[in-house]
Ligand binder design. Sequence first.
Ligand code: SAM
Length: 327
Amino acid sequence: MPLIDKFGRAITDLRISVTDRCNYKCVYCRTGNDGALYSDLPFSDYLRMCRVLVNLGITKIRITGGEPLLRRGVVDFVRELRKLVHAEALDIALTTNGHLLADLAQPLKDAELNRVTVSMDAVDPDRFARITRVPAGFDNVLSGIRAAREAGLWPLKVNCVLMRGFNHDQIVAFGKFAREEGVIVRFIEFMPLEEDRVWSPGIVVTLDEILQRMAEFKPLVEIPHARSETARRYRFVDGIGEIGIIAPVSHPFCGHCSRIRITSDGKIRTCLFSIWDHDLYGLMSRGASDEELEQFIRDVVHRKEERHHIGEPDFVPASRTMVHIGG
Ligand code: SAM
């Protein structure tokens, strides 16, 4: 029996955070300080969780963080994950800020990672530094993107969170970047999951605004997409370059959500905006069998939230911020 929640949504997609440490302090995610951390688990524990979940019908695993490439042994973890199931049955992806990717792209490909998504929020070095609060990261990230492309980690996506006042004027620059670098740029609407609690509806650059600005640069044609896909996809009318827009604020897609998350300290979260976690690791560390873990996961998934309430009067902030959940 696959994992199904009480609203009939099949859960096939797992995001697992392997650390909540990060070497960047992006303004839409973190404060400028280091802050407290949850503990990371040994990779063998994440592997067991993934094995149990794959047996329950998970077909996509995305490794994330914090910054997953800070974790020594992440390449071996990918190799072990791949041994669980052959490539056609399990899509393994990784989300990174790209800072350490140049040296790791080929080893990750050799370990049979399928795809990588790199976060990059400006295409000019000064603006990039202002957003990430890392003075000289831009060149590393660009080299990382190019190394991933050369290694064949494909399709290669570049995520950009737009914030009014920081990088809302980068839309066309990213359209050009997508065309020149042959990557899929995906704009993500800013969500209230940041440590600094600066979110307000006015800071969000919405799907409609992005489309309008991009179309002034060059007309776009929408690409049909699967209902479970979070991004709306567009190609430029001349066939060169693709962009996507993930619009959880202005166009929520909760009705088609197929995801759960595991935090770096082994808690299941059924929604980014959950106000509680479910302690899978606690159960494991008390000696639970695989069957007991399966039952626990089924029960937790059954109770998955129907939808988020961003921007509504009854909105309650999530119990963790993005860096400690794993985006
Ligand atoms: N360190 C990795 C990275 O930079 O991609 C992985 C973790 S990061 C939390 C995962 C994704 O979450 C990134 O693409 C980041 O841009 C996005 N993100 C973080 N905070 C966000 C927020 N408040 N709203 C929307 N997206 C956010």
